[in-house]
Design a protein around this ligand. Sequence first.
Ligand code: PA5
Length: 449
Amino acid sequence: MENIKLDITKAVQFLNAETLAAYEPQVKAAQEALENGTCPGNDFLGWLHLPSSISREFIAELNATAQVLRENCEAVVVAGIGGSYLGARAVIEALSNSFQWLLADGKHPVILFAGNNIGEDYLAELCDYLKDKKFGVINISKSGTTTETALAFRLLKKQCEDQRGKEMARKVIVAVTDAKKGAARTTADKEGYKSFIIPDNVGGRFSVLTPVGLLPIAVAGFDIEQLVAGAADMEKATAPEVPFAENPSALYAACRNALYHEGKKIEILVNYQPKLHYMNEWWKQLYGESEGKENKGIFPAAVDFTTDLHSMGQWIQEGERTIFETVISIEESNHTLLFPSDEENLDGLNFLAGKRIDEVNKMAELGTLLAHVDGGVPNMRLVIPKLNEYYLGQIIYFFEKACGISGNLLGVNTFNQPGVEAYKKNMFALLNKPGYEKESEAIRAKLNK
Ligand code: PA5
């Protein structure tokens, strides 16, 4: 099977000829540090050889659990936030029919997401939608204590038990969490839920190829074996023995760091398929949480084109020249739709008659790339043959591996996220959580100043 490809020619032209080549030894060292476990955060490297280590039996166990949910639920709510949610949503939305809501036939569960916000309206409307539905829940949290997820889960668990009875609830609630610690584990064990373990050495944003992502994706009806196969092939294609010039993750990591040091502080991930919106979101978290620390790191932004060409397009073309773009380019659409001819041609679009819609999209993509490069925006292109499970697996591993290398090049601990604690501390203090009395006093004094 063909691999995804990275084209960096329209980025390298913004660097001087030796700059990228000079990265080769650094990238090699960064990769060795991952392989040898000598980099900061080395207790979170379980993702590195994860794809090649997933067994057929484990996939079968996940599929069997997914089948129980598929057979017993009209809707399945995936409760989780950040790394415990975005990967699953990225893959499910990329592969689902764009109108899955309207097409819901009651035979296959609709996949819904919760526990990723604290919007009262969102939760109230979700509970209302589920009122007359046979629904199940996948409760995903590595720590098992994340407020957003725990809050949603308490509501959903109660509603599920009230509507379906304790016994059925036990069958359709599944936990994906730590082996021993956290409230999600305690609840799962006490209630006797089927549960899957998130390995200790895989951090949230690198966990899509664990049950965190694989179980919801299987429940949605997609082929997780193919997803893992794609990731495993990318694991090979980015292995340390692959020469620098042929290793897409190494080149991507080197190129974005080289651009960063030339003042390109913002990377914009671009797609031309609305289905990839959540892939953007997953990528933003992967790179933002991994690299944005110690007052360093490329700011990861994302746009959906051509939609956002009518909003952010102006800024990208002519705003401050501190940006570069990485375009996810899908070569072959899954559907064929030809533009019809019209005798009256009132809209003047007959010059497109007989062309595929995708051809128009491709010309928009090419035209935009050339315009943005002319406007001083370096562009990389990640070329994907087709949107399917196999290539999504490749994309996931490609970005994960590049992130590991890139974080080491930047000199940060790629695998921690100390900065996300600050808001939690303040929120708990403001909500008078037991144990936060001192912080409560301090924060109230600050507010009254
Ligand atoms: O990447 C990360 O580690 C985070 O985004 C976590 O996934 C997120 O905070 C959710 O944490 P948990 O799975 O413990 O609920």
